[in-house]
Each structure stands twice: as structure tokens, then as C-alpha cells.
Design a protein around this ligand. Sequence first.
Ligand code: GTP
Ligand code: SPV
Ligand code: MN
Length: 615
Amino acid sequence: MTATAPAPESTDSTPPTTHAGILAWVEEVAELTQPARIHWVTGSDEEWTELTDALVETGTFTRLNPELKPNSFYGASDPIDVARVEDRTYICSVDERDAGPTNNWMAPDEMKQLMRGLYAGCMRGRTMYVIPFVMGHLEAEQPMFGVEITDSAYVTVSMRVMARLGTNVLRRIEELDAAGQDVKWVPALHSVGHPLAEGEADVAWPCNETKYIVQFPEERAIWSFGSGYGGNALLGKKCYALRIASVMARDEGWLAEHMLILKLTSPQGVVKYVAAAFPSACGKTNLAMLKPTIPGWKVETLGDDIAWMRIGPDGRLWAVNPEYGFFGVAPGTNEHTNPHAMATINKGNSLFTNVALTEDGDVWWEGLENPPARATDWKGNPWTPESDELSSHPNSRYCTPIKQCDILAAEYDDPRGVPIDAILFGGRRKTTIPLVFEARDWTHGTFLGATLSSETTAAAIGAVGVVRRDPMAMLPFIGYNAGDYFSHWINIGKDNDAAKLPKIFYVNWFRRDDEGGFLWPGFGENSRVLKWIVERIDGQAAAVETPIGHVPAEGSFDIDGLDLTPETLAAALAVDVEEWKAEVPQITEWFEKFGDDLPSVLWTELDGLKARLGL
Ligand code: GTP
Ligand code: SPV
Ligand code: MN
């Protein structure tokens, strides 16, 4: 228990805007939630300092050693608030069918009534922060505005890392409004659900056992209650940029996807742009910042989690990253696996949650070099390398500005984005799925995406290591009927020139040998997979046709200088017909969930696979 948070000095109840819609909403929320004060977030450095100082004072944050991690902070959550809560996440469309069959649903009015009950007085004793933000560029043709209201200073400073926000966003909204444009902005309401009675001391990580993460797709509104964790609370990220944006994308003919974006330059100077969808904690951040092991190849980063993709005037698919920071999985990150992420966070200005705190005021996690002799683990207990418990939660995270990334591609600042040459789907599978193979065409690629499977991870509450279908790595993020989502993907292929669309590939870094070890070394060596993909696109690399798609032909895949036997590579690339035959009933069962909403071409694709497998 620590002292009640002091009011930051810039807190001022005089609203710094005349925008009627925003003012009315802020007033309505304040009326309902009864905050002690209202703070309109400016996004200034002074404000960051005030807020982080206050968070240190309340015990939420510990300031890290400025010589090691300048302007950086450590925090530990309540152990009941460590990941996304998929079973508490709802798509409250007017019609239940529009949420089905993969989302939780409740009628919007019913949900609102229930949540108004939870929100009533929920900000008592707290500051209500009003955060004007934009996902993507402020200079975009149609800027994607939002306003998040939160009663968490932790969420406010995390939002400042992850999204473009503050006074200039508010000014732009007002400008466009004054110019008579119908400016759309997504109202996003968040509360940790932990009001403070008069004189009651705050806790380091306020939250509530009851949690709701709710999207209203028709209204384009977000209501979140009870959690301070990333994807549940930084509402610009999964709630807006994926769940709500996927609905906008359906209506407007574009794609909002759970994908990294990278730029790859060959030794000959040929540039390709790659987007890749892997489920949560399955390797997007690591691939996005990959340091190639093969000579002469270069990777630059554009995004590590979300891609918004639109068909450009040239008929190609152009992608932008709507985010402004990385919210990355800490465990496993080190100088070998992800040196660029290490360099990014070591520049400072970063927030660390649920990792271990060392005695010299640094952070540590499993997989990082040089374990400290002693540390405080994420639960606040003394920890040594001999301890039985993990020092860090498996879903512990760093939150760091993307602008600090030393390999950020210059195109990151271009509101038009980059034209995508290849889309990769991938998951975490011990068996069955080869290291890499190529789809036969866009529709087959959509089939591969729609049937993507992966073992569950610690990024969401629930069992870990269970194989589930995670279509396009979007299972927890599709904001509408998933059958319609598949149709939308199919239509993108139908309505556009196939020759100009990206080629689709499927990868699996996680296949195991009989002893349980990874068959493929992964990380920087994944550049070899990217090389094969680029050479396929340019018609240079040979492939063999198999029942599932095109797999590297012998000799076409570069393992020069890699300590890997041809037999191991063959095992990593193998298409085992028996394993695939076992996959078919699972795909059938998955497709049956969708009833008539499944585009029939996906059944046709499955029939084709069965025929090729001899079923
Ligand atoms: P979210 O932020 O949850 O969306 O996750 P992500 O897809 O960005 O995953 P990330 O890159 O953070 O990787 C998650 C875990 O997978 C980390 O512990 C990595 O060390 C591990 N990982 C990433 N790439 C590879 C790889 O090529 N091989 C192996 N074996 N592990 C990997
Ligand atoms: C994920 O779970 O896919 C993440 C982390 O990227 S969160 O922002 O919490 O969703
Ligand atoms: Mn993610």
C-alpha cells in the first residue's frame, strides 16, 4: 500500500478544445465515472516526466538505473492481470450472426447496461486522462483518430510510446472539423475498475477481478474495464487497429491484419517488402528486426504487430504500420536472437512490465545474457539463478519507441506505406508444417491463412501449448463474422490483378525433432527462408509441387555456412502425407463451425488437398 497519486501539475479541468463531440463525450463519461480530476493529455516531455514521477511515487514504477536504461521504468502487474483475456472479450454487434462463430457476443444494449453498472463511480479518487490519438499518420488522407479515456497513468504513458497522441492530434481534429469535414474518431473508454474511497491508499497495480474488453462494431466504439494489461488497456492497439479497423476495412475494401512489415534488400540491391502474420508470441517482432546471417542481405523494420493494407492506384497492396512503438515479448530476447530490439530498448525511454529487477537497477528475463546473482522477480520475491520459479512472467513485455530502432526503414514515415511483395502465414507447430512452402495462388493462400494452426502461448490467459486454428493469426482480433472475413480475403484476390498481389507463403520455425529440439535454428537464420521466398517471387528458386503447395527443391535452399546437415534440412522441409491426412479432419471440423457462412471456394480448396493426399 502506498500513497494516493498526487495530481500532476498540468491537470486542469478547463478543456483545451472546443470540439463539441469530444467535449460532450468526456462530460458524459465523467458524469458516469466520477473522477476526482480530468487531465487532457498533451503528449509533452514535461507531462511524461510528471506522470512517470507520480507512478514512481505510488510504487507502480521503479526508475531504472539511468546509466543503463535512461528515462526507463520497471513495473509489475497484479498476478491476475498479465495477458489478454480472450474469454472476456466481446464483439457486441447488433446482430449476433455478425460476431460469429469465433467471438463472444452480447446484445449491445445489454452489454452497455451491464458495463454502465461497472463504470458508475469507478474513477472515484482517480484522475481521468483524456488522450487524443491517431493510429497511423496524422498526415494520412483519412487520419484514423481516436480518443481514449483512462483512469490509469500507466496506460497513459504506455499509450504515449505506442501511438501518436496529444495536442497536435486534437488540433488536427479541430482543423478538419472547422473545414467542414465529417471527422470520425473512435471513442475508447478504459477503466482499471478500482475506485478509491476518500483517503484510501492506492495499490501499485489497480485492477478488478471482473474484466470486459468490448467492441461495438457498428458504433465503432470500445469499452474496456478491469485490466491494465497492454492489449486489454492500450485501446489503440488490438481493440481499434485490429477489431474495429477490421470492420472498417471490410466496409471500405482494405485489410487490417496482425502482421509485421519488413523491407528486405538483396546483395544486388533488389528491394522487397514482406508482411507476416504469426499468432501472438510466435515470432513477429523477431522476424521484423531480423539480422540476416547470410552475407549481403539487409532487413529494415517497418512494423512488428499490425499492418493496414490497401490496394494502391498501381494495383499493388500497400501496407502501413499504424503503431508508434513496440510492445514486445521480453523472454527470449537477447543479443543473439534480437540484437536490434536490445539496441532499441537500451536507448532508454522504455517501460518494462513483469520482468525481473536487478540490484543495479536494470531489468532481466529468461533468455537474456548474464543472469544476475540476485534479483527481484516479477512477483516481488527474491530470485537467484537457482530459484525454481521463473524470474519473469512468460508474457512479460518491453514497451519502447519505434523511432529508436536503428534499422527502422525510412518508408515508415511515408503515409502511403510500402507495396507488399510477399505475405507469410506461420504458426508454432511441433509437427506437420514444413519450414516453408508456397501457396499455389491467392485463393489457396487464403485457404492456408484460414486454416492456420498454432500452439497457444502465454500472450492470452488460458492453457499454453494447445493446437488451435488461428485464422490469419487473427482469431482473437477479427471484429466481425469470420466467414465474412474469409470472403473478404477471397474477394481481394478476385477484384484485383493477381499478378500485382503479393505471393503467399506458409512458414514454421518451430518444428521439432524426435528429441524435442527445434529442427531449424531460427532467428537470424530465417533470412535463408526470406531469400528462398524472394528468389521464388523472382522466378529464380526451384520448387517441387506437393499436395500442400510448393516446397523448396533440393539445392534451391541456401544452407551455405550453416551447421545443419542436409538430412535435418530435409526433415524441416518434409511433407509427411500421413501427418497431413491427420490434419484433414481437424480442418473439416473447423470449417463446419462456419456453416453457410464459409465461402464455398474454401471447401473446394479442402477437396483439392484431400484429392492430392489420396483421400
Ligand atoms: P506478440 O507481440 O504477442 O504478437 O508476439 P510476436 O509474434 O511478435 O512474437 P515474438 O517475436 O515476440 O516471439 C515470441 C517468442 O518466440 C519469443 O520468446 C522468441 O524468442 C520466440 N521466437 C521468435 N522467433 C523464433 C524463431 O525463429 N525460432 C524459435 N525457436 N523461437 C523464436
Ligand atoms: C498480442 O498478444 O498479440 C500482442 C500483445 O501483441 S497485446 O498488445 O497485449 O495484444
Ligand atoms: Mn500481437
